[in-house]
Structures are given as structure tokens and as C-alpha cells.
Design a protein around this ligand. Structure first.
Ligand SMILES: NC(=O)c1ccc[n+]([C@@H]2O[C@H](COP(=O)([O-])OP(=O)(O)OC[C@H]3O[C@@H](n4cnc5c(N)ncnc54)[C@H](OP(=O)(O)O)[C@@H]3O)[C@@H](O)[C@H]2O)c1
Length: 271
């Protein structure tokens, strides 16, 4: 990047990504943050090269950011986006991480010539272990695509797609996915309590089992099926549990419904 980065919204995702960019020294030309919530921006407010604005109106008219990262809630976008049209020029890339908001939506609000990348990250980005799927419009040139990929890769894995339609299901699966995994921890712990374990031990067992299994999946070359089968002895205890979880109304049916519901909601948010 040869100009500052403008970050609109420095909450959970925007803040996690900014942390990754600072740690990797990717924002050498400075960062301008627009964030009305002082608490959200507090970890960054006093750092060198970072300027904080409560609204975009106070940003110097001469500023030409290399990238404008849109990291506010999709529901806030309608009220906010018009103020950023003034930054739309061929050398500025707009990078949105807002669920549901389509490239067509941004072209409508920023002009058909705006270079736009729509991306869907997830919160493990906060520990550099996220995964982001992204798609660019035709106006985003090769250098801008490279910049987008580098910014997103700073907080985890990346996958580029050319079919924007996939982003709704991506949002449902990996965007919201961490919430389903945290729910799994809650459910395992509660089930442990109901089976007679003290609550703190049950929660510890659940947390370490889920995080350890995640790490094993990451480091192992075996498929998830094989890793599951490795825990499942014939006529053993795990098989009894899996018979419940893999019943026709078990986890697969639940997850299929859950992902379909989130995919539907992502489409509704398109506006
Ligand atoms: N969280 C996730 O797991 C996740 C995953 C993938 C993608 N995303 C996407 O990331 C985006 C941000 O989500 P988040 O979870 O980071 O939300 P968040 O924690 O609420 O962060 C949004 C921040 O933007 C601030 N804000 C509100 N209106 C603004 C405006 N007009 N200009 C500048 N800043 C404004 C909010 O301040 P207030 O608190 O005062 O409102 C808040 O600090 C969303 O579009 C979401 O779809 C989130």
C-alpha cells in the first residue's frame, strides 16, 4: 500500500484485523479509523500512525486512502455508506466484510467505477487463525486484489472465489461457524453436568476437548471421518453417543437446517 488505510468500524472484526495488520507492519502509511464508540477504538487510539475520527466528516478532504475497509454492521451500512463515496477513485479499493452486502449494493452507493472486494472473515482472526473468502468486482485491478488478499491473509487463511453467490453459504458456514463451535462447548459441558460432573470440570473438559480436537484436525493429514473413527471402538462408549448424534434427526439434520437458515438471512441482508 502506498497510502493510508481507512477503517470504518473498529469493533470485534475490524479491531481483530487491524491488530493483525499492525503486528505485520502492513500499514506503514498510517491508519485512519472512523469509530463512534470510544471503547472499541481505545486499544489503538494512542498508537503512532493512527488517527481516530468519530465521523468521516472530520477527515481531511485531501486524504486518498489506498483501501477503505468497511467493517460496520450490515444494518448500519445504509446510513453510513454515502459519506465514503467521496473516496471512490480508481486508486482506492473498498474492502467490505459486512455480511450480506453485495458488490452490486456497493456499486450502487459508491459508483459503478469503484473497485470493490467483498469478503467474509470469522472471529478466530483475533488469534490469526481465521478464514476469509473473498470476491472482487471487475474494477479491482491485479494490484488491488493482491493488497486485499494480503490484508485478509494477515489474520488467517484466505480463499478467493469468482461466484459471489457462494458468499451467503460461506457467511453461514465459516462466518458464523465459530458460534456453533462455542455452542458445542456449552452443550457438551451442560450434558456433562447432567451426567454428574461438577460444572467447572465439565466446562474445562469441553473447552480443551474442542480446542484440542481442532488442533488435531489442523495438524493431522487424516480426514475428519478417520479422526472420528479413531475414537470409536466397536461396541464402545463413543459408538453409543454417535448412534444418537448420527441418527436421522441428529447433528447432520440440525446443521443442514441451521446453515440453510443463516444462508437465507444473509440473502435477506443484501438489501
Ligand atoms: N463478528 C463476526 O463473527 C463477524 C464475522 C464475519 C463478518 N462480520 C462482519 O463484520 C462487520 C462488523 O461486525 P462486528 O462483529 O465487528 O461488529 P461490532 O463489534 O459491533 O463492530 C462494529 C463497530 O462499528 C461501530 N460503528 C457503528 N456505526 C458506525 C459508523 N457509522 N461508522 C463507523 N463505525 C460505526 C460500532 O460502534 P457501536 O458499538 O457504538 O455501534 C462498533 O464499534 C459486520 O458487517 C459483520 O457482518 C462479523
Amino acid at each position: 500500500m502506498d497510502a493510508p488505510l481507512l477503517l470504518v468500524g473498529c469493533g470485534k472484526m475490524g479491531g481483530a484485523m487491524l491488530q493483525g495488520w499492525i503486528e505485520r507492519a502492513m500499514v506503514g502509511y498510517g491508519v485512519i479509523i472512523v469509530e463512534p464508540n470510544e471503547m472499541s477504538v481505545e486499544p489503538f487510539a494512542l498508537q503512532d500512525g493512527i488517527a481516530v475520527h468519530a465521523t468521516p466528516d472530520t477527515i481531511d478532504a485531501k486524504v486518498r486512502p489506498a483501501v477503505v475497509v468497511l467493517a460496520i454492521k450490515p444494518q448500519m451500512m445504509d446510513g453510513a455508506i454515502a459519506a465514503y463515496r467521496r473516496f471512490a477513485n480508481p486508486s482506492t479499493l473498498f474492502l467490505s466484510i459486512a455480511a450480506g452486502k453485495t458488490i452490486a449494493y456497493f456499486e450502487r452507493h459508491l459508483g459503478a467505477d469503484a473497485a470493490i472486494v467483498r469478503a467474509m472473515p470469522n472471529t478466530p482472526a483475533a488469534v490469526g487463525r481465521g478464514i476469509t473468502v473473498w470476491v472482487a468486482n471487475k474494477k479491482a485491478g491485479p494490484a488491488q486484489r493482491k493488497t486485499a488478499e494480503a490484508l485478509l491473509a494477515a489474520v488467517g487463511e484466505v480463499a478467493a472465489v469468482t461466484d459471489e453467490g457462494l458468499l451467503d453459504a460461506v457467511t453461514a458456514l465459516s462466518g458464523g461457524g465459530p458460534a456453533y463451535v462455542f455452542l458445542l462447548i456449552e452443550c457438551l459441558a451442560q450434558a456433562g453436568v447432567e451426567a454428574g460432573l461438577p460444572a467447572d470440570l465439565a466446562m474445562r473438559l469441553a473447552r480443551v476437548t474442542v480446542s484440542g480436537s481442532g488442533e488435531l484436525t489442523r495438524l493431522s493429514s487424516e480426514s475428519a471421518v478417520t479422526l472420528r473413527q479413531n475414537v470409536t471402538s466397536p461396541k464402545g462408549t463413543t459408538l453409543e453417543a454417535l448412534n444418537v448424534l448420527m441418527a436421522p434427526d441428529g447433528m447432520q439434520a440440525l446443521f443442514t437446517r441451521a446453515i440453510a437458515a443463516a444462508t437465507r438471512r444473509s440473502k435477506e441482508l443484501a438489501g
